[in-house]
Ligand binder design. Structure first.
Ligand code: NOJ
Length: 717
C-alpha cells in the first residue's frame, strides 16, 4: 500500500516536472514574439475585412468574431496554425446571448424565470452549439442593470435588481464556461458592459452616465462582481462615460476595482470601436493617444478599430512600456491555453449537424420559455383557455410572426425554425375548433380596413386572443424609444376589438416594459411573453391553454406611463412620502407613484398564501422564514421572495431590497416553510470609504412580489 502511494507520488512529481504550467508556456511563447505579433494578439476584428486571411498569416490579429459556420472558422484557423510564424490559434467570438441556433427567451425572459438552473441550462446549450461551429467565446452575459425602459438594451439584461442580476450572472458564467474550460463544448463568457451602461441619461443609448460611488457599488457593479467570483474569463467595457471618464479609459473601474479589489485575471475587451471613440469623447487627440489611454487603464484587447496596432510606435519611442503590452498578451494567451486551443484548434465538422437544434435543445428551449411567461392579470379566470372552444379569433401583428419570436439579436437563430404563436395555438386546440386569424396591420401601421376586418372576426368568435407589442428589432442596441406605448395603431386595434364584447386574452411581446395602462384596466387577461425564442409559440400556448401553470415573475417594473421613468422598486425613501391628501409630498398631480405592475409580480392559475413570518438573528446575519400555501385547486410553482429594509442608518437606505428567492412547487392545499439565511455581509452598504455593516433593526418581508407579503422585524447586534 505504502509502496503504491510512493510510486504514485513519484509519478505525479515527474509528470509535473515534465509538463510546464500554463504560465510557463505563456512566458516561453511571449519571449519569442515580436512587438507586432504581440499587438496582433490584442487586436480583434470581424471577418468582413478582405485582408483578414493575410493578417492572420502575419500574426496581425489573434481574435475574430461574428461567424456563421464551422467551415469559416476552421479555414481561418488553419491559416493561423499552419501559416503564421508562431502558430498561435485564433480565438473566435460571437454575440451568443440567448442561444446560438436554438434560441431561448431574450434575457429579461430568462430573468423572469427567477431560476438559475434554467439560465445555466440555456447557456450550457448555447455553449455546446457555439463550440460546435468553432466559437469559443461569447459576448454574454450582459449584466447591466437597467431602470429605464427607454433604453433598448434592457432587452439584453436581467432587469433592474442587483441581487437577482448577480445570481443569474453567475449562472450564465457557469453554463457557458462549464466545469472544465478545455472541454470542447465550453466557451469563455464575457460580462458586459463594464460599467453602468444601463444608466445612460434619458435612456438614450451610448449617452452619458454620472452617478455616485454608492449607486455604482450597490446597484450597477454587483452582477459584475458575481460574474468575477463565478470565474468569468472576460469582461467588455462600455461605451459610456462614468462621471466624466469614459469606461474604456477608466482606471478606477478597470484597474482599481476590477483588478486590484476583485482580483480579476482574465481579458478586458473594449466594445466595438470604443477605443477609437475616446477621441469623440474628447479625452484623446489621436488614435495613438486613445490606444495608450485604454491599455494603460486596463483594456487588453481592442475591438475592430485597429487602434492597438498604433501601440508599436508608442513602445518604440518610449511613450508606453512594453511591460504593459506584455501583461495584456499574457492574459490573452492564458485564455487560449485554458481553452485547449493549442492542443485542439479545429472543430470536428461532422458534429455541427447533430448538435445544432438537437431535439433535447428544443425541448429545453420550450421548458425554459414556459417558465419565462408572466401572467400579469387574469380577471374572471379568462385563462386558461378551453381547448375545445368553438371559434377562436387570433388577432394582432405578432400572432403569426416567426421572426419576432426570436427578439432583436439572435446569433445563428433562423426565423424559419421558430414557432409562431398561431402555430402553437393550432397545435393545441381541438380539431373541431375553428380558428380565425387577422393581423390587424403591422406593428408599425394599419389601415382602417385591416382594423375593421380584425373586429369582424372578433365578433364571430367565442374567444379572442390578441398578440400585440413591439417588433423583435425594436429593442436591443441603438433602439432607444421616447414613447413606451404600443407602437403603430395597435392601441386602436385593441380598443376596437375589445369593444366587440368578447372575452379577450392579450399576449404582449416586447423587449422592454410598455405602458399598457388601458389594457390593464380593460382587458381581463394579460400575459407578458417577452420574445420567447425558437419554441415560443408552443410555450405560450402551453401557458394559455393551461398545460403549464405560469410561474414567472417580472424582473423589472412596468410603469403606468413614461413620465414615471426611471421607476424601480428599490428606491430611496424621501422626506415627504407620497400622500394624495397633502400637496407638498413627493408625487405627480396626474398619476400615482406606484407602477402598473411591480418588480417581482406574476400570477399563477392557483393562489398562494403567506403566513407565519419568523425572523431571528443568526451568525451575525439573519434567518427569515415564512409559510407558503397553495390555496387553490391546481399544482403550481411559486417564486418566494425575501425583501429587507434598514430603517435607520447613517445613509438613506432603499425602501426594500431583494435578499433571497426560492422557486417551490406545491400541490393543491400543500404548505411549505421556506427559510432564507442572509449573511451579515449581504446587509452591508457602501459607506464613505467602503462596505460597512450597521447594527440595529431591519424590516423583512416574505411574499410573491416586491409589494405586500408577510412582514416583521429583526434586531441585529
Ligand atoms: C456592440 C455591442 O455593444 C456589444 O454588446 C457586442 O458584443 C459587440 N457590438 C459585438 O457585436
Amino acid at each position: 500500500m505504502q509502496r503504491a502511494l510512493l510510486l504514485l507520488l513519484l509519478f505525479t512529481a515527474r509528470a509535473t516536472a515534465q509538463t510546464p504550467s500554463v504560465d510557463e508556456r505563456v512566458d516561453a511563447l511571449l519571449a519569442r514574439m515580436t512587438l507586432e505579433e504581440k499587438l496582433g494578439q490584442l487586436s480583434q476584428y470581424t471577418p468582413s475585412k478582405p485582408e483578414i486571411p493575410e493578417m492572420v498569416a502575419r500574426g496581425a490579429t489573434g481574435a475574430l468574431f461574428g461567424f456563421g459556420n464551422v467551415t469559416e472558422t476552421n479555414t481561418l484557423q488553419r491559416i493561423a496554425v499552419e501559416e503564421s510564424r508562431l502558430k498561435i490559434p485564433l480565438l473566435f467570438g460571437h454575440d451568443v446571448i440567448h442561444g446560438l441556433r436554438t434560441i431561448f427567451p431574450i434575457p429579461p425572459g430568462m430573468a423572469s424565470t427567477w431560476d438559475p438552473e434554467s439560465v445555466e441550462l440555456a447557456s450550457r446549450i448555447a455553449a455546446r452549439e457555439a463550440a460546435a461551429i468553432g466559437i469559443r467565446w461569447t459576448f454574454s452575459p450582459m449584466v447591466d442593470i437597467a431602470r429605464d425602459p427607454r433604453w433598448g438594451r434592457i432587452a439584453e439584461g436581467a432587469g433592474e435588481d442587483p441581487f437577482l442580476g448577480s445570481v443569474l450572472a453567475a449562472a450564465y458564467v457557469r453554463g457557458y464556461q462549464g466545469r472544465d474550460l478545455s472541454a470542447p463544448d465550453s466557451i469563455l463568457a464575457c460580462a458586459k458592459h463594464f460599467a453602468a451602461y444601463g444608466a445612460a441619461e434619458a435612456g438614450r443609448d451610448y449617452n452619458t452616465v454620472d452617478m455616485s460611488e454608492r449607486l455604482l457599488r450597490e446597484i450597477y457593479l454587483p452582477p459584475f462582481k458575481a460574474a468575477v467570483d463565478a470565474g468569468v474569463w472576460t469582461i467588455m467595457t462600455s461605451f459610456n462615460t462614468v462621471s466624466g471618464v469614459p469606461a474604456t479609459a477608466n482606471a478606477h473601474l478597470l484597474t482599481e476595482i476590477l483588478r486590484d479589489e476583485w482580483r480579476f485575471r482574465g481579458i478586458v475587451d473594449s466594445d466595438f470601436t470604443a477605443v477609437q471613440e475616446l477621441i469623440k469623447h474628447g479625452v484623446a487627440a489621436t488614435l495613438g493617444d486613445a490606444a495608450i489611454k485604454a491599455i494603460t487603464a486596463g483594456v487588453d484587447m481592442a475591438m475592430v478599430d485597429g487602434s492597438y496596432a498604433t501601440l508599436a510606435a508608442a513602445v518604440n519611442d518610449g511613450r508606453l512600456p512594453v511591460s504593459v503590452v506584455d501583461r495584456s498578451v499574457r492574459r490573452v494567451l492564458r485564455a487560449k491555453f485554458a481553452l485547449g486551443l493549442f492542443e485542439q484548434p479545429y472543430v470536428d465538422e461532422s458534429r455541427e449537424k447533430s448538435v445544432l437544434l438537437a431535439r433535447e435543445h428544443l425541448e429545453a428551449a420550450r421548458r425554459v420559455a414556459q417558465k419565462s411567461i408572466v401572467l400579469l392579470r387574469n380577471e374572471r379566470d379568462v385563462l386558461p383557455l378551453a381547448k375545445n372552444v368553438a371559434t377562436l379569433a387570433v388577432i394582432g401583428p405578432l400572432a403569426d410572426s416567426r421572426e419576432d419570436m426570436l427578439g432583436s439579436w439572435y446569433a445563428g437563430g433562423k426565423p424559419d425554425e421558430a414557432i409562431a404563436l398561431l402555430e402553437g395555438v393550432r397545435a393545441k386546440v381541438s380539431p373541431a375548433t375553428r380558428i380565425l386569424h387577422a393581423s390587424g396591420g403591422t406593428v408599425l401601421s394599419a389601415t382602417d380596413e385591416e382594423i375593421a376586418s380584425a373586429v369582424s372576426i372578433a365578433r364571430q368568435a367565442d374567444l379572442v386572443l390578441m398578440a400585440l407589442g413591439e417588433q423583435g428589432k425594436m429593442s436591443g442596441e441603438a433602439n432607444s424609444r421616447a414613447f413606451l406605448d404600443l407602437p403603430g395603431r395597435q392601441q386602436q386595434l385593441l380598443e376596437q376589438v375589445v369593444a366587440a364584447g368578447k372575452p379577450v386574452a392579450l399576449v404582449v411581446m416586447s423587449g422592454r416594459p410598455l405602458t399598457i395602462r388601458w389594457a390593464a384596466e380593460n382587458v381581463p387577461a394579460i400575459v407578458w411573453a417577452w420574445f420567447p425564442g425558437t419554441q415560443g409559440g408552443h410555450a405560450v400556448a402551453d401557458v394559455l391553454f393551461g398545460d403549464v401553470n405560469p410561474s414567472a415573475k417580472l424582473p423589472v417594473t412596468i410603469p403606468r406611463t413614461l413620465g414615471q421613468v426611471p421607476i424601480y422598486y428599490n428606491s430611496l425613501p424621501t422626506g415627504r412620502p407620497e400622500d394624495p391628501n397633502h400637496r407638498y409630498t413627493t408625487k405627480y398631480i396626474d398619476v400615482p407613484n406606484s407602477p402598473l405592475y411591480p418588480f417581482g409580480h406574476g400570477l399563477s392559475y392557483t393562489r398562494f398564501e403567506y403566513s407565519g413570518l419568523s425572523a431571528r438573528a443568526a451568525g451575525g446575519g439573519m434567518v427569515v422564514s415564512a409559510e407558503v400555501k397553495n390555496a387553490g385547486a391546481r399544482a403550481g410553482d411559486e417564486v418566494v421572495q425575501l425583501y429587507i429594509n434598514d430603517p435607520v442608518a447613517t445613509v438613506s437606505r432603499p425602501v426594500r431590497e431583494l435578499k433571497g428567492f426560492r422557486r417551490v412547487t406545491l400541490a393543491p392545499g400543500e404548505s411549505r416553510r421556506v427559510e432564507f439565511t442572509v449573511a451579515r455581509e449581504e446587509l452591508r452598504f457602501w459607506g464613505d470609504r467602503g462596505w460597512i455593516f450597521e447594527p440595529g433593526a431591519f424590516n423583512v418581508w416574505v411574499g410573491g412580489s416586491s409589494v405586500g407579503g408577510v412582514g416583521g422585524a429583526v434586531e441585529l447586534k
